[in-house]
Design a protein around this ligand. Structure first.
Ligand code: THU
Length: 224
């Protein structure tokens, strides 16, 4: 597993073992705007919850995550320091043989929204299939992840680098469009990909990810 750490150079990765027996990989995903960095444990726990599973054990692979204690305590996880030997690793790919809107609708049922009751689903298209994401809310609001970021965190943790497009669906919104933080994260990791907004009436709007963040913050000077 390889984290995306061009600014710190710190490799951070882990697995969260769900009650189902599935191991959810998570890696650190930094952003040029440092506060938007996703930690490995945050990515792994959110991936687990977004799959309707419950975090049970935490297996650290490389370097401890930021706020690791919050996640371990919050979900009462057993912290395993031994070298993880994952058996059933979560495979995020969904076959492309069904209409996107059908998959997105079904996915919203997995959204974890105890605070907002506002489900969002996202699909990242790769050559091999779709990578799903739904929004995950936790007691510390700032530590949850939007659907778009759950999908991209899964894509990076599973080593995909051909992220062709991302489709977003929010059934309760009049007009659903990614928040500023998601635009910043997507613009760094898949700037030239298309961003598609799937509307409730079945229509679709298409954009280019980088066009959704004009005059955004970028600085090569920060890279190591
Ligand atoms: N949300 C997303 O999943 N994506 C966005 O781009 C905007 C907001 C979620 C986060 C939170 O669970 C809920 O919508 C309300 O903010």
């Amino acid at each position: 597993m390889k984290s995306y750490s061009p600014y710190s150079g710190i490799e951070e990765s882990c697995y969260v073992l769900g009650e189902s027996g599935i191991f959810y990989p998570g890696v650190r995903i930094e952003n040029v705007s440092y506060p938007l960095t996703i930690s490995a444990i945050q990515a792994a726990v959110c991936s687990c919850l977004a799959n309707g599973d419950k975090p049970d054990r935490f297996l650290q692979e490389k370097n401890p995550s930021e706020l690791q204690d919050y996640w371990i305590r919050k979900f009462n996880m057993v912290h395993d320091d031994a070298e993880p030997i994952p058996k059933m690793v979560y495979a995020p790919l969904i076959h492309k043989n069904r209409p996107v809107i059908e998959i997105l609708r079904e996915l919203t049922g997995n959204a974890v929204t105890p605070h907002s009751s506002f489900p969002v689903s996202a699909l990242i298209e790769t050559k091999q299939g779709y990578i799903p994401g739904v929004n995950v809310e936790v007691s510390a609001w700032a530590l949850g992840l939007c659907a778009e970021r759950v999908a991209i965190a899964r894509a990076i943790a599973s080593g995909f680098n051909n992220l062709e497009s991302i489709v977003v669906y929010a059934p309760k919104a009049e007009f659903a469009s990614p928040c500023g933080a998601c635009r910043q994260v997507l613009a760094e990791l898949m700037p030239d990909s298309s961003l598609e907004l799937q509307h409730g009436d079945g229509t679709l709007s298409k954009y280019i990810v980088s066009h959704m963040l004009p005059y955004g913050f970028t600085s090569g000077a920060l890279k190591k």
